[in-house]
Design a protein. Structure first.
Length: 251
């Protein structure tokens, strides 16, 4: 450093300027996250056309008051019962009993594991829910997300077919849950005769051509009586359609 020189430091206005920039950046990030969660990935549902609302829950959801869920305008719930050939939702019994007592129409779903044979998965699902009084079809959740990607499509379809056939031979009506990729890969050319519960973050009226019975349209719903985010669903029809469909929905 030259004699008499000194290190230049930022003036107070510089600090203020950078603090304002940093603060503005944080606000933008938070705002984008909020809009993405609650608007861009949370489509508007026309309650005049699709008035029957529902939720789906698993062991990750903490439901404190099922009556509050009903009071919040929800009519049905799909509860995760099982997964693969051995896993059972540890909160399933309590969730099922609470939902039924509150008056919700109740259905159950099984997360299909591509690395397990279909017959053993069907047996596990039946052992978990077969004795229960359900209002909605048994649902097989078929998707590649968080599943074994080393299993080829042919093997997956065979195991899935084995599971569905086993359930149907026992007298159960089966519905398939999947997303857009699963619709193309598994459902469209193989299980089109089965009713569909579709996961899609689009307005229901824009994708009615898929012919699905239910649509899961958000993973970030806020529902009274439940802590944290909840999956939101809608029945693809009117109140009268819902009441008529319920007469044929059970096994």
């Amino acid at each position: 450093m030259a004699r008499g020189g000194h290190r230049r430091t930022a003036s107070r206005p510089d600090y203020i300027q950078w603090a304002l920039i940093a603060g503005a950046a944080i606000i933008i990030v938070v705002l984008v996250g909020f809009l993405t969660k609650h608007y861009w990935w949370h489509p508007h549902v026309n309650v005049g056309r699709f008035p029957v609302k529902g939720i789906d829950v698993s062991g990750h959801n903490r439901v404190n008051d099922w009556n509050a869920v009903v009071d919040d305008g929800f009519s049905f719930v799909f509860i995760k019962a099982s997964e693969g050939a051995s896993y059972t939702n540890p909160h399933f019994k309590r969730q099922y009993e609470g939902a039924r007592k509150a008056g919700l129409k109740v259905g159950c779903y099984h997360f299909f594991r591509k690395n397990r044979d279909g017959v053993s998965q069907a047996s596990h699902f039946i052992a978990t829910v077969g004795h229960l009084n359900l209002d909605l079809p048994l649902v097989v959740d078929v998707e590649d997300w968080n599943n074994d990607r080393d299993i080829d499509k042919e093997t997956t379809l065979q195991r899935l077919s084995d599971m569905i056939n086993t359930l149907e031979r026992q007298g159960f009506k089966v519905m398939i849950y999947t997303n857009g990729n699963g619709y193309k890969s598994y459902y469209l050319d193989n299980f089109i005769k089965h009713e569909l519960w579709l996961s899609s973050f689009n307005q229901p009226e824009k994708i009615k051509h898929f012919g699905h019975r239910f649509q899961q349209y958000s993973h970030w719903g806020a529902v009274k009586g439940i802590e944290g985010d909840v999956d939101l669903n809608v029945f693809m029809g009117s109140q009268n359609d819902w009441e008529q469909w319920l007469k044929t929905a059970k096994r």
